[in-house]
Design a protein around this ligand. Structure first.
Ligand code: 5CA
Length: 486
């Protein structure tokens, strides 16, 4: 066959197709999912940083996930960023499934808008206030009720456009009096905030229930056991509100709840968000028993007998509010109703602490050696450990495993450093990937590698093929695994 003619024939065909198609037709693999430790920016620390008081803060610093820039303000290094993005994506998927629509609002907002709502002065010192070169007063948004209500008010005019639920995932700033515990109580933090708009309070309640159910699913997918608690509405306002807390010894809030919450079933994948009665039933089940934070708890009036009462500490990972017309009234969010009358819309807002969750998941899932990531949020699924870098057989086996894992689209971190085995093991435990695939000269003589499960610590000697099969099978398995908070 005339090869030259063949190539020029393909070349001619390619040239006829637009450039974008030609590039798109080639498989462009995301090389960030398979990395070599010698090239990856992963500055782990042996010593425990003195400023870190709780496990998640210690582990995030030691595992090279974050570095502090100023009090309560952090940079996210590559490993931390991967976890943050995984959490963000789970939040996004569950918001979308519940019918919320993603958008993006700026971090900087105008003070005038907050004067209209009456919150500019109320917010006090927690609000970071900025003046631009024209002496216009601005602020770094601590939350977004005002801007979203303004957008809605200027663009939605008819009841036919309702209901709407709009959200974004964006950095917030609150000049907290005591920023502490790393990303758990930061000043700059990453939040998902959704805002619902409805024609009447009943429809507003449906929107609230949708978010309530979406939250149960969101946190379960991260391996967390979450309890919705009746909550105080604080500066956001309104008369109906639930905080979603996970139980952890280092939680900032004292919580009291019926032990029945520890065994409630989370709505399944197929939950139907159009089945309003079904949603109401789920919310009723999840709010039937006593569950409150300490500011709402009255020991004398508590209806739960002592033997059924769980009194623990909790971390607030989400908070939802229904506040009716509090903002729509002031900012003029009105639509024409079915009879032509003017209706002020009913609103709710729904927050998830995306950056706080990174710390909260560690608080729920770690041991003395480091993090134990649930599969669904792990920065990589597999840590490949070469016990004797420079040994021909080990290097070759590792390169082969690395290439095959990468080829199969698995997320893998290959520790190819020239370091002692002890150092590599300690680092792998610290960063807490679900699987450790360990290749050493002794096992390799018999064609064996060691597979360690970070969660339970079980180790198995397996053939290379069997180990790969295990790692591949599990890594594509259900997203909902991991130890729940105890
Ligand atoms: N506008 C409402 C709902 S969108 C709102 O701002 N609610 S919030 O104040 O409760 O915040 C929502 C979530 O953000 C909280 O549940 C918490 O998980 C997280 N969060 C709040 N403050 C901080 C902080 N200083 N650091 C880290 N996360 C925070």
């Amino acid at each position: 066959m005339d090869m030259g003619a063949g190539i020029s024939y393909i070349g001619a065909r390619l040239r006829r197709r637009p450039l974008a198609n030609r590039i798109g037709a080639r498989m462009i693999r995301d090389t960030s999912n398979a990395v070599r430790r010698t090239r990856y920016f992963l500055p782990t620390l042996k010593e425990t940083p003195a400023e870190a008081q709780i496990a998640s803060h210690r582990i995030m610093l030691r595992a090279g996930m974050i570095r502090q820039s100023a009090a309560g303000i952090y940079s996210w290094l590559p490993l931390g960023m991967r976890v943050l993005k995984k959490i963000e994506q789970i939040v996004r998927e569950e918001q979308n499934r519940a019918g919320a629509q993603e958008m993006l609002m700026p971090t900087i907002q105008s003070a005038d808008l907050w004067r209209q709502s009456g919150r500019y002065d109320d917010y006090g010192k927690e609000m970071l206030r900025i003046t631009d070169r024209h002496e216009r007063e601005m602020l770094y948004g601590p939350t977004n009720e005002e801007p979203i209500t303004q957008i809605f008010a200027s663009d939605v005019k008819s009841y036919r456009d309702l209901p709407k639920n709009l959200y974004h995932i964006q950095w917030k700033f609150r000049d907290e009096m005591r920023p502490r515990f790393g990303v758990m109580r930061g000043r700059e933090f990453y939040m998902k905030d959704a805002y619902s708009f409805d024609l009447d309070a009943d429809a507003g309640r449906v929107a609230y229930n949708k978010m309530f159910v979406a939250y149960l699913r969101t946190f379960a997918r991260m391996g967390l056991k979450v309890i919705p608690m009746r909550a105080d509405t604080g500066p956001i306002g309104g008369d109906m509100s639930h905080e979603f807390l996970i139980l952890a010894d280092t939680g900032e809030s004292a919580v009291f709840c019926h032990k029945a919450y520890l065994d409630l079933a989370v709505p399944a994948d197929g939950v139907d968000y159009d089945d309003h009665a079904g949603l109401a039933g789920t919310v009723a089940r999840w709010t039937a028993e006593y569950a409150v934070t300490d500011d709402m708890h009255d020991a004398a009036a508590c209806p739960v007998p002592a033997e059924a009462l769980v009194s623990a500490r909790g971390i607030e990972v989400g908070h939802i509010f229904f506040f009716g017309t509090k903002y729509s009234e002031k900012l003029g969010a009105r639509v024409s109703g079915p009879g032509g009358e003017e209706v002020t819309v009913e609103m709710g807002s729904y927050g998830v602490g995306v950056s706080r969750l990174v710390g909260a998941i560690i608080e729920a899932c770690h041991d003395d050696n480091g993090a134990i990531w649930p599969e669904s949020v792990a920065p990589f699924q597999v840590g490949l450990v070469n016990l004797r870098q420079g040994d021909d057989a080990c290097d070759k086996a590792c390169e082969d495993l690395f290439a095959r894992l990468r080829g199969a689209g698995r997320e893998v971190l290959y520790d190819d450093r020239d370091e002692r085995a002890g150092v590599k093991f300690a680092d792998m435990d610290l960063i807490g990937l679900p699987w450790q695939l360990v290749v050493g000269p002794r096992g390799l003589k018999n064609g064996l590698v060691e597979l360690k499960r970070r969660a339970g610590g079980e180790r198995e000697e397996l053939s290379v093929e069997a180990a790969l099969a295990r790692v591949m099978g599990e890594a594509t398995g259900p997203a909902t695994t991991g130890r729940a908070a105890s």
